[in-house]
Design a protein around this ligand. Structure first.
Ligand code: WTA
Length: 631
């Protein structure tokens, strides 16, 4: 079904997808269960922008993830859940059981006022209930907004309020390695200023002490006693929203990227099956958290739409030791494994002794996502984990693209380390220069845009369509701008070189520098901050903050601790700066714009080649900054 089997087939499919996109995607969509077939495949223009796929079609994505597999795969394992603590039991859920549990959960949502069109926030640990809650929202036509459970109360509050969620699903706590995270406490704090929330449904995971606010908070296990496991799937239009997922950009607060039911479904399945070359019976494991797009598309939807067995892991790669990933691969005989370069680099740094005890013979395909994978990490992954026998799919995509856009197809596309290689069928990338002119030919470099719609593309930013237009469609009119720089080599292969905007990618997590600056600025002694990314051996990019203070701190260590605390409170632990440098001034142009180029160079340890500094208001600050950096 919809599977490409050779390079020749890939080329044919690609050509067809360009020559006649509507016929191409219509054929792919036909393999799904639709309640009503679409009348028109595509409507689009990139100015407003307005993009609609499978117009007039009606469906429910959960019928495609669950119900349609019941006859043939009812007893097949849908989810293997591996707990944080290796001594706790693995949980295996068949498609039949998953179907029932999703329906029961859906009924719990309904019992608590959840209905079609509502926004429901999920702030949960990586337990099966997170996947179940996600699908339960989709079952009743509510829009899920999953917030990564590492974000702070402030970040959670902002996201809940932006989407005016009426229900939150959470847990008493969650385990991550040796740590227990008290999620309910964080939620309680956030909800002090979330007037739209009426109900909070709480999973008991850790058994930690929590306070339940009467009338608002209910225990999931108690609610489940009052419902049955039958819940007809709500009828959704193709273009009804399926979910909103917040992501950072260059400016302002994180925005809610909106994906819709029909197109997202078709693309999630098609990309999963083809990139990983999924075969019936394969065990597939994506190590991401469902709080990120990778988890949405390639833990939950893509694999379940394909009838695969998807592994969910609650913990972290280094607990109880740095062999955990490989232990799990052997234990569950994982065939397809998908992780992030930051994890690969961290595990590589721990040494081979954590890999050697494991056979890793079940592995057939390895995947990478979230940031550029450097050649050294690529080779280690290839040699030590794949034993030179598993193709590595370096998958480039974004929260906004919904699914993998540029990637090898495992075993089909000839690989080149650090290259995402070629676009998937239906994806029309192009490179543009700073004037917006398309750069033709090969062996060229530019800003990566996509010039034609694909089914799982962003439809809007929640509650603010103008922002969607501004951020993605106005830099290069008529094109979707990715924010990434990219090289196309002599073979026409794409290599993503990193962000060209003020977004940094730290351990595969996206942050706007402005977002971190705003957090640091909340420290009472900070006047102004400028944050840049710099190359970091493990994280890919580290966070370097230059801060102007009211009073130069006498105890720098204590100051750093306080700033970190502030950032943790406002964003979360993942946004803590790696380096903080106190400066007397920032390199600003006469129009007041910070020249980040200079700050980036200094953060990289570069003192020469700082470029033209003549437009600076006060060029002398540069020498001070270099001196302060100890260069
Ligand atoms: C970066 C994650 C190089 C890129 C799915 C993009 C990559 C941002 C790759 C999106 C890759 C993702 N090679 N860079 N294979 N994959 N990126 O929204 O800068 O969390 O714009 O989506 O990650 O991050 P997001």
């Amino acid at each position: 079904m919809n599977k490409i089997n050779s390079l020749k087939e890939y080329k044919e499919e690609y050509r067809k997808s360009i020559d006649n996109p509507e016929a191409f995607w219509s054929k792919k969509a036909e393999s799904f269960t639709w309640k009503k077939k679409w009348e028109k495949v595509l409507n689009w223009e990139f100015e407003t922008p307005q993009v609609e796929w499978f117009i007039g079609g009606q469906l429910n994505i959960t019928e495609n993830c669950l119900d349609r597999h019941l006859d043939t795969k009812g007893e097949h394992i849908a989810i293997i859940w591996e707990p944080n603590d290796p001594n706790e039991d693995t949980v295996r859920i068949t498609y039949k059981e998953l179907h029932k549990r999703v329906c029961s959960f859906a009924n719990v949502l309904k019992r608590n006022g959840g209905k079609k069109g509502d926004r429901i926030c999920l702030y949960m640990p990586m337990t099966p209930e997170l996947a179940i809650a996600t699908l339960a929202c989709a079952r009743i036509g509510a829009i899920h907004s999953v917030v990564f459970a590492g974000f702070s109360a402030r970040s959670l509050e902002d996201r809940i309020n932006d989407a005016t969620c009426n229900i939150i699903v959470t847990a008493d706590g969650g385990y991550r390695g040796a740590k227990t995270i008290e999620l309910k406490h964080i939620v309680d704090k956030a909800l002090e200023t979330c007037p739209s929330i009426e109900k909070s449904i709480v999973l008991k995971r850790t058994g930690g002490k929590v306070t339940m606010k009467s009338g608002r908070d209910v225990w999931l296990h108690e609610e489940l006693e009052h419902v049955n496991d039958i819940c007809p799937a709500e009828t959704m239009e193709s273009e009804d929203a399926l979910f909103v997922l917040y992501t950072s950009g260059s400016t302002g607060k994180p925005k809610g990227v909106v994906h819709t039911c029909g197109g997202y479904m078709v693309y999630a399945e098609y990309s999963f099956r083809n990139v990983f070359q999924y075969k019936d019976g394969d065990v597939y494991w994506c190590t991401a958290d469902i709080g990120w797009i990778t988890g949405h598309t390639y833990i939950v939807y893509g694999p379940l739409l394909s009838g695969a067995t998807t592994v969910m892991f609650e913990g972290v790669p280094t607990y109880p030791d740095s062999g955990r990933f490989w232990e799990i691969c052997d234990k569950h005989q994982v065939n397809l494994f998908y992780t992030a370069p930051t994890a690969i680099r961290a595990l590589q740094a721990c040494g081979k002794e954590f890999v050697n005890p494991y056979k890793l013979t079940s592995l057939r395909v390895l995947g990478s996502v979230g940031e550029p994978i450097n050649e050294e990490a690529w080779h280690w992954y290839n040699d030590e984990i794949g034993k030179g026998k598993c193709p590595i799919v370096d998958t480039w995509w974004q929260t906004e693209t919904g699914g993998i856009m540029i990637s090898p197809l495992a075993g089909i596309t000839k690989l080149k380390p650090s290259y995402a290689t070629l676009p998937l069928p239906g994806v029309q990338p192009c490179l543009v220069d700073s004037d917006g002119h398309e750069i033709e030919g090969n062996d060229v470099q530019g800003n990566l845009c996509i010039k034609f719609p694909w089914p799982s593309m962003i439809r809007t930013t929640y509650g603010d369509h103008e922002r969607c237009k501004q951020v993605y469609f106005s830099t290069y009119p008529g094109k979707y701008f990715t924010g990434d720089g990219c090289r196309r080599d002599e073979d026409g292969y794409y290599r993503i070189t990193g962000r060209v905007d003020d977004v940094i990618n730290v351990s595969g997590h996206r942050f706007g520098t402005a977002e971190i600056e705003a957090a640091i600025d909340e420290h009472e002694n900070v006047v102004e901050t400028a944050v840049v990314g710099y190359p970091h051996d493990i994280k890919g990019q580290g966070i370097y903050a230059y801060a102007i203070c009211h009073n130069v701190p006498t105890d720098m260590e204590a100051f750093v601790v306080e700033v970190n605390k502030t950032v943790v409170e406002i964003i979360g632990p993942i946004a803590k700066p790696d380096k903080i440098q106190i400066v007397m001034g920032l390199p600003k142009t006469r129009s007041g714009k910070i020249m980040r180029r200079i700050l980036r160079k200094v953060a990289e340890g570069e003192v020469t080649n700082l470029g033209d500094t003549s437009t600076l208001l006060d060029p002398s600050v540069v020498a001070d900054i270099i001196k302060g950096a100890g260069l």
